[in-house]
Design a protein around this ligand. Structure first.
Ligand SMILES: Nc1ncnc2c1ncn2[C@@H]1O[C@H](COP(=O)(O)OP(=O)(O)OP(=O)(O)O)[C@@H](O)[C@H]1O
Ligand SMILES: [Mg+2]
Length: 266
């Protein structure tokens, strides 16, 4: 089976400094992979590189293909064809995905209209916007449609960002710390939502986090990054049971301590 996302020997450099070094990972249709590592280990840069959105200061070597198309060095026209349809992204801070001056309904309608145009389809935009907001379990879509981003909660904004990512029916969802900015209860709700949507829509998932227990809930396999290098990779259960690298061992030990503290709490 051809990989949906195939990263081979990716090295990212800024001003001669390597930020990601010789990273390889592949994701087949329907697979779920976690990319885990401490702050600054290169997770977000890897996500950005995958959809051709690297900051100009960063140089990339190696290869990244999305749906068989080379991303590194590709013209904007090619990248626009891939973005949203092959891969869509959800980021940590939902406000970055949203225009503060535009009502939610119009923002969600934009990618839907693009998809309809691409498919040559005639769609009832209002109905599709409502259906998409319902799919991400937003209460009272009627109110949300005519609200501005600042008029809804952080968890609701992240649901809107997820709805926009789903609008073009991507084969791969890249979620970069999608729950980190949210409180614990909302975090759990968004994780459950992502888990359900990925299953229902047969998407592949690249889930990025510094939080091993969160990643373990939603993916099957993980790649552990430390200072830009993959130090360990394998099925979540195996890595949890027997982490081989000292850095992974420290992540697992920290997760266990956290669990033990929760159990000991009155
Ligand atoms: N535009 C840039 N120019 C130069 N260096 C950058 C740039 N963007 C990021 N970096 C550096 O690249 C490294 C990796 O950054 P990245 O954002 O990928 O980390 P991360 O693993 O996503 O961390 P976090 O968990 O904090 O989000 C960091 O050392 C960062 O300072
Ligand atoms: Mg990051």
């Amino acid at each position: 089976m051809a990989s949906l996302l195939d990263i081979q020997n990716l090295t990212l450099t800024a001003a001669g400094q390597p930020l990601v070094h010789n990273l390889s990972l592949a994701l087949n249709p329907g697979e779920r992979l976690g990319l885990i590592g401490e702050s600054g280990s290169g997770k977000s840069l890897t996500a950005l590189a995958s959809i051709g959105l690297l900051p100009p200061a960063i140089t990339a070597t190696g290869s990244i293909t999305l749906g068989g198309t080379q991303v590194l060095g590709a013209p904007e026209r090619t990248l626009n064809r891939l973005r949203g349809t092959v891969a869509a992204t959800v980021f940590q801070e939902p406000l970055t995905a949203l225009d503060p001056l535009m009502k939610i309904g119009r923002q969600v309608a934009e990618p839907l209209a693009r998809r309809a145009h691409r498919d040559g389809a005639n769609i009832d935009l209002n109905r599709e916007v409502t259906a998409l907001l319902e799919a991400v379990a937003l209460p009272d879509p009627g109110r949300i449609i005519s609200a501005y981003p600042h008029e809804i909660s952080g968890g609701q904004r992240q649901r809107v960002a997820i709805a926009m990512a789903l609008a073009c029916r991507p084969q791969l969802l890249i979620a970069d710390e999608p729950t980190t900015a949210l409180d614990v209860t909302t975090q759990a709700e968004i994780l459950t939502l992502l888990d359900r949507l990925v299953r229902e829509r047969n998407m592949a998932l690249l889930f990025i986090s510094h939080d091993l227990p969160v990643v373990a809930k939603i993916v099957d396999r993980v790649v552990v990054l430390q200072r830009g290098e993959a130090v360990e990779a394998g099925p979540v259960a195996e890595i949890f049971a027997a982490p081989a690298h000292p850095y992974t061992q420290s992540l697992v030990a920290a997760a266990r301590r956290f669990d033990a503290a929760l159990e000991a709490a009155p």
